[in-house]
Write a protein that binds this ligand. Structure first.
Ligand SMILES: Nc1ncnc2c1ncn2[C@@H]1O[C@H](COP(=O)(O)OP(=O)(O)OP(=O)(O)O)[C@@H](O)[C@H]1O
Ligand SMILES: [Mg+2]
Length: 514
């Protein structure tokens, strides 16, 4: 009889020990999955609750600034209870445990005057035992772990519980220390990032890459001066944006910013557009008119596409650059202006000079401070921030919350953006406006984005393959334009419906499902 009782107890003990080990293993697993302080500690508390029948549990951490113990995670307590549960060091049992750095057990909290029940979570205190263990790392007390327990003969002993809780408390201590140093590093990173951004940031111009940071630094340096700036870069790299930034960051920001596109106006009209004319200067000049240089007085003139200036007009521009002087068309009167000149071109000016299309002296006058805007394909990290920026911009303009999943981002990053930021901006605007879904995957993106990538990565493949790819992309584009009506798409491409049907099969083209 006695031996039967003993073996029963033994079996119970083994079960209990197994559960303790499982609980400790669970706790250490939870604490090593991430650095989410509150979430992890909460999982620890619920593990203790479910595996070791500990009813309520709290982790209090010492706030070094206020000297208060704050509940960071609580199991079995309401939000209201948690907010109330603050203790000063030495106050109540939790406070005492932290101060004395030794565990305390209150066998029956109903009879313990020290038990303050700050959280108000135990309306009936009788019968509940309260176990409280300091969270220590070496000699430093970081906080307190507390649990409530109703003991019955079957449910283990205080000593067992204390032993397990001490192990758990030491695991928590190591985790909290790691978390603190992680937080510190994160904060430092954030500060450094902000400092870097603060140093070289320009309103509405995005660019974290070192190439763009160099441009920003140069803009900060030249903006306050009157120096002529020549912006170089492919189409859509932000030349106009930077020209405006230079103006608005300069002491002339309150003056006018006059943009003039040297390529957009017929040669015969260029001179009068730039320098103005007197009444009767030419047929149709019914009144005198100011030119762009006059309009830009006290401000900045932005000569866009300066490489396209006709050679005949270049001497007059050179004179303004050197003397800030000119005459209106049809007038002898010398005019003086106070303008800052910012010019831009996507052309190879040096080759224009060597071919006699661009005057060398004008080239040197313009080229005082050249700024090169790198193409997007050379600054991958900017692509990511620009995507983020444009998504925010167009989502808020259109009241949407479209975002890209990993596969879509991958397509964006591997595409080589021949149209640079402008193309990226337009693509995102179109996607935000046109897409039915909010979360976009690679298959929701225009086919041209993926195809360009394939083409660039298979340059060495045979000609037939690339012809096929082009044909396939043309067919898909036509199908998209015509709402996947094959007959209409065929008409658009100038082929018969039979031919398009054959090619759709050949290339395995399928309508994407949104
Ligand atoms: N770094 C950037 N941050 C945010 N927007 C940008 C950036 N660069 C370009 N953009 C946007 O991309 C578009 C094209 O820029 P911009 O007109 O300045 O290019 P560009 O170099 O003058 O091109 P083009 O030579 O074709 O005239 C604009 O809408 C501009 O706001
Ligand atoms: Mg431009």
């Amino acid at each position: 009889m006695k031996s039967g009782k003993d073996s029963g107890k033994k079996a119970e003990l083994t079960i209990r020990k197994n559960r303790e080990l499982t609980a400790i293993l669970e706790v250490s697993k939870v604490l090593t999955t991430s650095f989410a302080l509150e979430k992890n500690l909460l999982s620890v508390m619920s593990t203790l609750g479910s595996l070791l029948e500990m009813q309520r549990g709290c982790v209090f951490l010492l706030d070094q600034n206020s000297g208060e113990l704050r509940i960071v995670a609580a199991h079995g307590l309401t939000k209201h209870n948690i907010e109330k549960g603050k203790y000063r060091i030495g106050e109540g049992i939790v406070g005492r445990v932290l101060e004395k750095r030794i565990p305390m057990v209150i066998p029956n909290i109903g009879q313990e005057p020290l038990f303050l029940n700050r959280t108000g979570s135990r309306p009936e205190k009788d019968g509940i035992s309260f176990l409280c263990i300091p969270i220590m790392l070496k000699n430093e007390a970081l906080g307190v772990l507390s649990v409530d327990r109703i003991y019955s003969t079957k449910q283990g002993s205080v000593d067992d519980d204390l032993r397990v809780l001490k192990i758990v408390a030491s695991l928590i201590a190591q985790f909290v220390k790691l978390w603190e140093s992680y937080e510190e590093v994160e904060k430092e990173k954030e500060i450094l990032k902000r400092e870097l951004k603060g140093k070289y940031s320009i309103d509405n111009v995005i660019g974290d890459s070192s190439r763009m940071q160099e441009v920003f630094e140069a803009v900060h340096r030249v903006a306050p001066t009157k120096a002529t700036v020549l912006l170089r870069g492919e189409s859509g790299t932000g030349k106009e944006l930077i020209a405006k930034a230079i103006h608005y960051m300069s002491p002339r920001s309150k003056g006018p910013f006059i943009k003039f596109n040297c390529a957009s106006i017929p040669e015969g009209l260029l001179e009068s557009e730039l320098f103005g004319h007197e009444k009767g200067a030419f047929t149709g000049a019914i009144a005198s008119r100011k030119g762009k240089f006059e309009l830009a007085h006290k401000g900045t003139i932005f000569l866009d596409e300066v490489g396209d200036l006709p050679i005949t007009l270049q001497p007059k521009i050179l004179r303004v650059l050197q003397e800030r002087e000119f005459e209106r068309v049809g007038s002898e009167k010398n005019m003086k202006v106070d303008v800052r000149i910012v010019a831009a071109t996507s052309r190879n000016l040096e080759s224009f000079v060597s071919h006699g299309k661009f005057r060398e002296d004008l080239y040197y006058r313009l080229n005082v401070i050249p700024l090169f805007l790198p193409p997007l394909r050379e600054r991958g990290e900017d692509t990511l921030v620009l995507i983020d920026y444009f998504l925010k911009k167009f989502n808020s303009e259109n009241n949407r919350s479209v975002h890209l999943d990993k596969s879509a981002l991958q397509v964006f990053l591997s595409y080589n953006w021949p149209g640079n930021v402008r193309e990226l901006e337009n693509t995102i605007e179109r996607l935000v406006i046109m897409s039915g879904a909010e979360r976009l995957t690679a298959s929701d993106l225009p086919v041209s984005l993926s195809l360009r990538r394939i083409k660039s990565s298979s340059q060495s493949s045979s000609l037939t393959a690339s012809v096929g790819e082009i044909e396939k992309s043309n067919i898909i584009e036509a199908l998209e334009k015509t709402g996947w009506v094959q007959a209409k798409a065929a008409r658009l491409l100038g082929i018969t419906p039979r031919q398009i049907g054959y090619k759709i099969k050949k290339y395995g083209i399928e309508e994407k499902v949104l």
